[in-house]
Structure formats: C-alpha cells, structure tokens
Design a protein around this ligand. Sequence first.
Ligand code: ADP
Length: 252
Amino acid sequence: LAQRIEHISTKDEIGDLTASFNHMLDRLEKSFLYQKSFAANAAHELKTPLTTMKAGIQVLKLEKSPTVEDYKENLEVTEQGTQRLIQVVNDLLTLAYEQTEHFSDDIELKAMLDTITQELQPLCIEKNIAISVDIDVKTITGNQTLLYRVFSNMIENAIKYNHKNGMVEVRGQVKNGATHITITDSGIGIPNDQLHYIFGPFYRVDHSRARGLGGSGLGLSIVRTIVEKHHGKVNVQSTLNVGTTFEIILPI
Ligand code: ADP
C-alpha cells in the first residue's frame, strides 16, 4: 500500500502540502479497498448460481440412464440459476452506468405506485400481506424508469421482510417544499446497529435468509444511488419485530 510522508509536520507550505498529499493517499487507499471488496462480493454473487448449476449438470452426467424427470428437474435448477445471474448482472449494470440518464419526466406518482403494487400482488397473496397506498401528491419530476426501480425495490423489501398476514403502507405527501414518500411495514425489522450498513452494496442483515428470498444485496445500494442522483435523501427507522419505515425525500 502507498507510503505516507511521515517526517514533515512544519506549519508552512511544505507542511500543508504534505498533509494534503497524505490525505489524498488515505482517500485513494479507501477507494481501492472498496473496489476490491466490491469486485470480490460481485464475483461471489455470480459464482453461487454457477456452482449450483454446474453441480446439477455433473449429477445428471453421472446418472446411468437419466429419466425425463431428471432432465426436467435439472432444467428447473438451471433456469432459476440463470434468472438469478440476470438479476445480479442487471443490478451491477444499474450501479455502473449511473451517468447516462435524464431527470425531467413528469410522473403520476399514484399511478406508478398502483402499477408496482399490482405487479407485486402474487408475492402479497403468498404471504397474505395487505398493502394500502395513500398518495396526496399529483406528480413528481425525475427519471421514470429509475424511480420505478426505487419504489418497486422498497415495496418488494417491505413484503419480503414481513411476517405472514402483515401490512405495508405507502404514503406520499408534500412537506416543506419536498415530496416525502414513506413505506412502512409490520415486518421483522432491522437491528439499530446495522441501519448504517444496509445501504452498502451486498450488505444483508441475515445472509442465509436474505439469499433464500432471492435478492442480490444491491437493492438498497441502487435505491440510494438513484435517490441521490435526484438530489434526494433516504431515511430509515426500524424496531426489531415491529417493523420498518423507509422515507424517500425528493426535492420539488
Ligand atoms: P436484498 O437483495 O438482500 O433484499 P437490499 O439491498 O434490498 O438487498 O437490502 C439489504 C438488506 O437490508 C436485506 O438483506 C435485509 O436484511 C435488510 N432489509 C431491507 N429492507 C428491509 C425491510 N423492509 N425490513 C427488514 N429488513 C430489510
């Protein structure tokens, strides 16, 4: 790793230059470490489904006389694996190509949220989750595709990390010159000491359970990136086993 200039701490121009050089090195080093861990996590996310698919194929090859059922089962595993790979690759692409978007679509917020909740209906039925949408805002301005992604991600999480027979409330109102959209769930909650980390790429509170639920761990990272590109902010409050509220604040 890069070496600092250790011995110059005078209170003159050289001292200032040394301090700022060392500071730059600190930032570079942090950035390298971040990139390295990002790449390692991404590789791991891609490797897991590939390993499962490879194991399935190997088992099938070892079968002396595989039946149609064996082939069908194997195809099922392969299809799930490829779907997961597509999801992770799409998430990675969204994080990588941040700069190519426009932010001036007029979006009917209520219509967008209704479409998302419709789309997530099968997931709700599975867990008997009741969703209510109460929006006091006509339009918001931004990138339609990216904001759809934000709300869809948040509402899907509110369902995924909920208990059976739980509820999800989506509210929207204008306050202090900004649009506030809150998504409240009655789910498992997030421990207080982990609230800081959940927006980091690949971070999951409970790795084994979250992977079983099919996410890539990139969802909230994408949400925060998109909201910040709209000059907005995401807040979160949570109580374990009571539920979580995410608030998205978008300037008008
Ligand atoms: P994932 O693909 O794992 O859902 P996200 O980036 O969307 O990844 O979320 C990161 C982690 O934050 C999740 O794995 C989960 O542990 C936690 N989390 C996100 N939303 C909620 C929620 N509404 N309730 C409880 N935990 C949540």
